[in-house]
Ligand binder design. Structure first.
Ligand SMILES: [Mn+2]
Length: 325
């Protein structure tokens, strides 16, 4: 097994790999969301129930709204690769999606297992993979492993995994929601976690800054191509609204509810002249291919990539991209 350059493993292999490890370091993607944390915490629970120590790593865990749901005291920020015999990446299958703070150290590790539901745009060398892109959430892949190994959950961890599934299905709205999703949720709900608390934190905690951000988005979309729209948010706008990219991300899915648009692209400046472009689509329009073409990735109907240049240059590039759909 170890001689293979890239190896796709089975659920039985995962059980063997995790239970024969001593100390696992768990990572998700940059700017973790509900599913990322759900999968990370679920993976920690999985390791521990297979008799293996596991540590979660993320950047600035105290700053995220996620810590009102997840126990942030379990998230560490300083990673020393030699302390771990396995690196486990969840909800993330390429090193470019690992936070820059950890990236090189993660990449340098000799033993890496990746459990994810994103389509692979690159296949990282030397890693072992368990990729199920048909599954709505990485958290659900972890849940299915727990169920398969007959590991009982606690209400706390069932809630974490549920939060991940809710996040990535957009409250069971996205096209990735299927019968398996609901079957998994039924099994999780038997553990009686506080579902309303999760909804309160994730969906009933909109701030004034976020509302201002939403107003800006709705007042500033440009139409192009066949039912495609784009919005550009500069750093100056964030400053003026006293809002952050997190405040914006909250509404990107909402924009996808507008009937007239099959594709929406929101370009927002994260560093001077560096824009992240979040794409959402519906009615069979696929954004992952465009995202991959421009060096990004994601899911068929929710993907992203980066663009570089002045506001003017970004506008020109987005107009061109609109014509590619
Ligand atoms: Mn995910």
């Amino acid at each position: 097994m170890a001689n293979e350059k890239n190896l796709y493993v089975t659920s039985e292999d995962i059980k063997k790999i995790l239970s024969s490890s001593k100390n696992v370091a768990i990572f998700g993607h940059v700017n973790p969301d509900l599913d990322c944390y759900g999968a990370m915490f679920g993976a920690k629970y999985l390791c521990e129930n297979l008799g293996t120590k596991a540590t979660l790593f993320a950047v600035n865990p105290e700053k995220s709204f996620l810590n009102e749901i997840f126990d942030k005291s379990l998230v560490k920020t300083n990673f020393e690769p030699n302390d771990f015999d396995l690196v486990l990446m969840v909800d993330c299958n390429e090193f470019s999606r690992v936070d820059i703070k950890f990236r090189e150290k993660v990449k340098s590790h000799k033993n890496i297992l990746i459990i994810d539901h994103h389509e692979q745009s690159v296949v990282e060398e030397g890693c072992k993979f368990y990729i199920h892109s048909e599954v709505c959430a990485a958290s659900m892949i972890i849940a299915d492993l727990l169920f398969e190994y007959k590991i009982k959950l606690t209400s706390e961890y069932a809630g974490y995994i549920f939060a991940g599934i809710v996040g990535d299905t957009g409250r069971f709205l996205n096209t990735n929601t299927d019968i398996d999703t609901f079957e998994c949720v039924v099994k999780l709900m038997k553990y009686k976690f506080d579902m309303q608390k999760i909804y309160d934190v994730a969906y009933r905690s909109v701030t004034i800054e976020q509302i201002n951000m939403q107003k800006f988005l709705l007042n500033n979309f440009h139409c192009a191509g066949k039912n495609i729209c784009y919005i550009i948010v500069t750093k100056k706008v964030f400053k003026k609204l006293n809002a952050t990219p997190d405040d914006l991300k909250f509404f990107v899915n909402d924009l996808n509810t507008i009937k007239d648009f099959n594709v929406i692209m929101v370009a927002y400046e994260i560093e001077k002249n560096k824009y992240k472009v979040s794409c959402r689509s519906k009615n069979g329009f696929i954004v992952s291919k465009i995202a991959q073409k421009y060096g990004g990735g994601g899911h068929k109907m929710a993907a992203g990539f980066n663009l570089f240049g002045s506001r003017f240059a970004i506008k020109k590039k987005l107009k061109k991209i609109c014509l590619e759909f």
